[in-house]
Design a binder for this molecule. Structure first.
Ligand SMILES: C[S@@+](CC[C@H](N)C(=O)[O-])C[C@H]1O[C@@H](n2cnc3c(N)ncnc32)[C@H](O)[C@@H]1O
Length: 240
């Protein structure tokens, strides 16, 4: 990660509440139908389709036959991937535009979407029981300082023995790398993101190593599996 520049601290933008606000604002306004601008082409990536196919296969295998609570379901693209094999998937999403697109899409009958915050899951779908936990493209935007809060709440909604699968893309493209930065005194890595209307957002963009995943998740879980690929990471574990 030696390409990452260090910039002067911008403390206001890096406060957890402002990062949270920026993340919601960004996803609410983002052109969500695949037209994210990428300034610098990635170049040939012949191994990308295979890695993506493996990630989807392993996501499905983990959620097979489960009643899944999914956080940060976005437009529902990953929701629908696992719905083919899960008993049910309940997606929780905070950005209203993403949620609308998810609801308006063609969804299988075992999928439902709810408005909510991944950090406040206690009263979401209260009374429902879940034995699968799924998060695609969420944990990389979670500050390390909020992991315990998120994981306590998420795991608290899952039954004993539940399987959890989390995954996210890695900021490895030249474009992503050019927008990453770290700030002295902060554990997180950050990224600037722009939208076509010229607005700019600072968001957390963590890319944990296998050792970091093991240090965080081993004390909380059984049978932890960590995969760090070229384009995505994913982890799978069971709750004791
Ligand atoms: C990278 S997108 C991933 C969407 C989808 N899961 C996928 O894999 O395509 C991240 C999503 O997380 C949502 N999100 C971010 N913070 C959230 C939070 N605290 N609670 C619920 N959703 C959140 C965003 O609004 C956005 O829709």
């Amino acid at each position: 990660m030696n390409q990452i520049m260090r910039i002067q601290p911008v403390p206001e933008k890096l406060k957890p509440e402002n990062l949270h606000r920026a993340t919601i604002a960004y996803y609410n306004l983002r052109q969500v139908h695949g037209d994210m601008p990428h300034g610098i082409p990635r170049g040939p990536s012949p191994d990308l389709p295979d890695e993506q196919a493996r990630m989807i296969r392993e996501s499905r295998e983990a959620m097979r036959g489960r009643r899944v609570l999914e956080v940060a379901s976005g437009t529902g693209s990953a929701t629908r991937e696992i719905a083919v094999i899960a008993v049910s998937v309940t997606g929780v999403e905070i950005a209203s535009n993403m949620l609308s697109i998810a609801k308006e899409s063609e969804n299988p009958s075992n999928v439902s979407y709810l408005a909510g915050d991944a950090f406040e899951l206690e009263s979401i779908a209260s009374g429902e029981r879940f034995d699968g936990g799924f998060a695609s493209g969420f944990l990389h935007t979670c500050p390390f300082s909020r992991y315990a809060e998120f994981l306590n709440g998420f795991h608290g909604r899952l039954e004993r023995g539940s399987t959890v699968f989390m995954r996210a893309s890695r900021p490895t493209s030249p474009d992503a790398v050019s927008r990453l930065f770290r700030v002295e005194g902060h554990a997180d890595q950050f990224m600037t993101r722009q939208l076509s209307d010229g607005s700019e957002y600072v968001m957390v963009e963590n890319d944990p190593t296998e050792d970091e995943f093991r240090r965080i998740f081993e004390p909380l879980s059984k049978n932890l599996k960590v995969h760090i690929g070229n384009y995505w990471w994913w982890i799978r574990y069971e709750l004791p």
